[in-house]
Design a protein around this ligand. Structure first.
Ligand code: GLU
Length: 210
């Protein structure tokens, strides 16, 4: 019997089934798996199938098979985001109830003049279906430490604006789903592509709001 304390490290790889895994995705998957193993932790796979118009039928299974071919198999049952609508709806209603989130009818073209950064509603058509956004107060600066990039700082109000949580077309935004699921799965550490580096501050903000 081992007398070591069980590791609390929980990592994950969370592909969107929009195309076959490319080499960069596999590097991220392998990196997250290696770190989880290094820490004697748990490694999970989550299928982020929340955007049907962008998904390619059969690709999710193909991605899982590709991972398995490299020996990368989830330590717990794979979670499919398409089965998690109730959890996202619950989180969204909590944010709406406490005033952290609000309905917004601004279109992309309404926001073009401000570079797409939402600070206040300027909707020209008040009848279109609303999106729901997280309110980002003025002066919201988030800093975090990334293992490769070092200190990362973002002024979320000026650089991102109020964050979409549910899109006007009714689909859940990646930002909401990823935060709800990382919390539900007890994820402690995230290894992913640098293209997502600038999403981390808004996800930290949302974690705090929830
Ligand atoms: N599903 C996202 C993607 O494939 C990644 C999510 C994440 O790692 O946070 O780009």
């Amino acid at each position: 019997m081992s007398d070591t304390v069980p590791s609390l490290y929980r990592g994950r790889f969370a592909p969107s089934p929009t195309g076959r895994l490319h080499a960069g995705s596999l590097v991220a998957a392998l990196g997250s798996w290696l770190l989880a193993r290094h820490h004697d932790g748990t490694w999970l796979v989550r299928v982020e199938d929340l955007d049907p118009p962008r998904e390619v039928p059969g690709v999710a299974q193909q991605q899982l098979a590709t991972l398995a071919a490299f020996g990368l198999v989830s330590d717990e049952p794979v979670i499919w985001q398409s089965t998690r609508h109730d959890a996202y709806a619950d989180a969204l209603s909590r944010l709406l109830d406490d005033g952290s989130a609000f309905e917004c009818r601004c279109s992309r073209s309404d926001l073009a003049a401000v570079g797409g950064i939402h600070r206040t509603c300027v909707a020209s058509d008040r009848t279109r279906p609303p999106a729901v956004r997280l309110r980002v107060p003025d002066g919201t600066r988030i800093a975090f430490h990334d293992g490769l990039q070092g200190e990362v700082v973002q002024d979320v109000d000026r650089e991102v604006g109020d964050v979409v949580l549910r899109r006007a077309d009714g689909y859940w935004a990646y930002q909401l789903a990823v935060v709800v699921d990382d919390a539900a799965q007890g994820i402690t550490d995230i290894v992913r592509g640098a293209d997502l580096l600038d999403s981390t501050p808004r996800q930290i903000l949302l974690q705090r709001a929830l």
